[in-house]
Design a protein around this ligand. Structure first.
Ligand code: ATP
Length: 280
């Protein structure tokens, strides 16, 4: 996989900074330096100006989306007219070979990148019409991200990793305890809450990452190859957790995969070949 979000060049973007802890200081790490962990500081939610989106209709509507990137003197045309719709409560998968454009599309669905042309509506809101700040707020409050590489802070326990995402989303500290416990139990880690990532298996680490991504109650969860590093049993566990999340947390999930064995869990599969969907 080409590092999801590594391609996003926008600095100060919490999702794009959170995937690759090595090297750059992530926004989460900066927050930890700024505030001593364990002494909660409430962040006032700064989203008072975010418009209230519609509660019915598709979560995502993608219309004729194209994306090109400049390369040398020319450009590479990666997405070539994508149309898709994701309905509330669906588990939608994007499948396709390496380089077909899945991650490029997922970045756009999460508002981390913009189409060269076409439009993406998130809960009826045209993302491309929002400025960077408003798009960031929308992401921070309504979208959760899960990465192939777990994106956990290694020195923090499972509990602290999940709590950190609540802190970052501006959730009042009075709500953290209950929500962290709920999310970790939901992903089946009720007995491993205080383990650090290196004390957990790959599948368990991915489930902490899921708990972290859903803690702030996003409407949409985006996952880039969430089972890629897992054996088939652990991959199946992750998919079972996704199903449970849709059922109990009323979220919608869109994910990429190479893995043909998990496709049957999806409500809808879009197959991407060379920047286009094929089939129905
Ligand atoms: N910022 C960029 N600049 C230039 N080319 C890019 C950029 N981002 C993606 N590409 C190109 O777009 C194509 C699709 O990449 P993308 O990562 O979306 O594929 P993918 O289907 O997710 O592959 P994988 O399964 O390996 O992650 C690749 O040829 C890649 O090199």
């Amino acid at each position: 996989m080409i590092g999801w979000l590594r391609k996003s060049t926008r600095r100060g973007d919490e999702a794009s900074l959170s995937e690759h802890p090595e090297g750059d200081v992530t926004e989460e790490e900066a927050l930890l330096e700024e505030e001593h962990f364990g002494e909660p500081v409430d962040h006032e939610p700064d989203d008072k100006t975010v418009p209230v989106p519609q509660e019915t209709g598709p979560v995502l509507s993608v219309r004729e989306v194209h994306r090109s990137f400049p390369v040398g003197a020319g450009e590479i045309h990666v997405l070539k007219g994508i149309n898709m719709e994701v309905l509330p409560g669906q588990l939608v998968m994007l499948k396709g070979r390496s380089g077909s454009g899945k991650t490029t599309l997922l970045n756009m669905l999460g508002g981390l990148d913009q189409p060269s042309s076409g439009e993406i509506l998130f809960r009826g809101q045209p993302m491309h019409e929002l400025n960077d700040d408003r798009r960031t707020l929308m992401r921070r409050h309504d979208i959760g991200f899960i990465f192939q590489a777990y994106a956990l802070l290694p020195l923090l326990s499972a509990w602290e990793n999940v709590e950190l995402s609540l802190r970052m989303a501006g959730v009042p500290s009075s709500e953290w305890k209950q929500r962290v416990a709920h999310c970790l139990e939901l992903v089946g880690l009720g007995k491993r809450m205080f383990h650090r990532p290196f004390e957990l298996s790959g599948g368990e680490q991915q489930r902490v990452a899921i708990a972290k991504a859903i803690a702030h109650k996003p409407k949409l969860l985006l996952a880039d190859e969430p089972t890629a590093n897992l054996d088939s049993q652990m991959g199946a566990q992750v998919m079972a957790v996704f199903r449970n999340i849709i059922h109990t947390e009323h979220m919608t999930i869109c994910m990429t995969t190479h893995d043909p064995t998990i496709l049957e869990v999806a409500d809808h599969v879009y197959e991407m070949v060379d920047g286009k969907f094929i089939g129905k």
